[in-house]
Ligand binder design. Structure first.
Ligand SMILES: Cc1ncc(COP(=O)(O)O)c(C=O)c1O
Length: 410
């Protein structure tokens, strides 16, 4: 008998991702035979004395042990892990309370004092700040590198480089990284590769098929898609996930069962949502590109995106994020916040409602990134002095275009 009751129930091996998004990890309740997943809110599960361990240090692969205590493993969270592993084509996955906890868990599990991390010089701000401030305090060397240039990665490798962490598309400027090329270079050097694929989602890109070792998502964004639950996931080989899980018990950022349940429900509609969002984003991006008040619109699906060819090769759909620039971005931000009637001025992204945020380049350089002058010039080639990160939702694209038109033209 398998010890893990959350193995997917007899899905055909040929099941496609759209089907896995609904059925991987789905359990039929043995008492009620309900086909909607339930929530196991219990912190405790009955233990059989002598079976399992009291100290986490004595556990083997926790995912193979009986459920005992919810910080170690919870049945609802396990169902979410099973579904995301299936979507990413991974052997296993580990959920955590937030996307940043997933990233921190990777760094704090795979790196130790004296190791070297290469991190994309443009990443989600929280990851960049964690790498710039916390890791050096622990004796971990960190080098931010423009990973969209494979030559820059090659030049930055050191004998003690253990991990290369990329993000594609990178938040906020939507610069892409050739994941297969990064994996090839890093592996030839004996380093592991992790990618934050939050902006792509498994609908666009499956990084493990390109040779990446670990794929990370903030589930808070498109994967849950409804703006009502924080969450994170790391998916990859069983031995790597077991290493992360053994440490995650002590880092303590377990995903609450209620969040796992909400995110499972969000994933039910991930594929049609993302396809609709990408279709709308393509129309909005094409509109912005020709608007007289817009200096530049960046969207991987636009032929004008500097890496459009890579986007076509690496992304099945170009995603739901647009970056656009106008003159005097600070004044425009105030004007947009006052005038937009449908699009919300807020920080997050990947939800059912469209959201816009100003990202001022000087502020990003001061607070978040520690870039060399050359790297800052490469950032400014995309972002100029700053611009607007627009996350497209499920509203009518005609309404979004009309809303932007009236607010921009004022
Ligand atoms: C690309 C990316 N990764 C990670 C995170 C962190 O996710 P969370 O807010 O769930 O910790 C974010 C949040 O904005 C993000 O945009």
């Amino acid at each position: 008998m398998t010890k893990d009751p959350f193995t997917p129930p007899r899905l055909p091996a040929t099941a496609r991702p759209e089907t896995l998004a609904l059925d991987a990890g789905l359990q039929i309740d043995p008492v009620t035979r309900a086909i909607q997943p339930g929530i196991s809110m219990s912190v405790n599960n009955l233990v059989i004395p002598g079976e399992g361990a009291f100290s986490a240090a004595e556990l083997g692969d926790i995912a193979q042990e009986p459920f005992t205590y919810a910080r170690w493993l919870n049945p609802t969270t396990r169902a979410l892990e099973t579904r995301l592993a299936a979507l990413e084509g991974a052997e296993d996955a580990l959920a955590s309370a937030t996307g940043l906890a997933a990233i921190a868990g990777v760094f704090l599990s795979l790196l130790k004092q004296g190791d070297h991390l290469i991190i994309s010089d443009v990443t989600y701000a929280g990851a960049a700040e964690l790498a710039r401030t916390v890791l050096p305090d622990l004796g971990i060397e960190v080098t931010p590198v423009n990973l969209s240039r494979p030559g820059a990665l090659q030049a930055a490798l050191r004998p003690n480089t253990r991990l290369v962490h990329c993000e594609s598309p990178a938040n906020p400027i939507l610069r892409l990284t050739d994941l297969a090329e990064v994996a090839r270079i890093a592996h030839a050097h004996g380093a592991l590769v992790s990618v934050d694929s939050t902006l792509a989602t498994p609908v666009a890109t499956r990084p493990l098929t390109l040779g990446v070792d670990l794929v990370i998502h903030s589930l808070t964004k498109f994967i849950n898609g409804h703006g009502d639950a924080l969450g994170g996931i790391v998916a990859g080989r069983r031995d790597l996930i077991a290493r992360l899980r053994a440490r995650a018990v002590y880092l303590g950022a377990a995903m609450p069962a209620m969040n796992a349940w909400l995110i499972l429900r969000g994933i039910d509609t991930l594929f049609p949502r993302m396809r609709q969002i990408a279709e709308s984003a393509a129309r909005v991006a094409a509109f912005l590109e020709t608007h007289p008040k817009v200096i530049r619109a960046l969207y991987p699906g636009l032929p004008s995106h500097p890496q459009h060819d890579l986007a076509k090769a690496q992304m099945a759909i170009p995603g739901g994020m647009i970056f656009f620039r106008t003159a005097d971005p600070q004044a425009m931000a105030r004007s947009l916040a006052a005038r937009l009637q449908i699009i919300h001025s807020a920080f997050s992204l990947g939800h059912q409602r469209s959201i816009v945020t100003l990202l001022d380049t000087a502020e990003m350089m001061r607070g978040t990134y520690a870039l060399t002058p050359e790297q800052e010039a490469e950032y400014r080639a995309y972002a100029g002095d700053g611009g607007f990160r627009l996350s497209i939702g499920l509203e009518s694209p005609d309404d979004l275009i009309a809303d932007l038109d009236q607010a921009l033209s004022a």
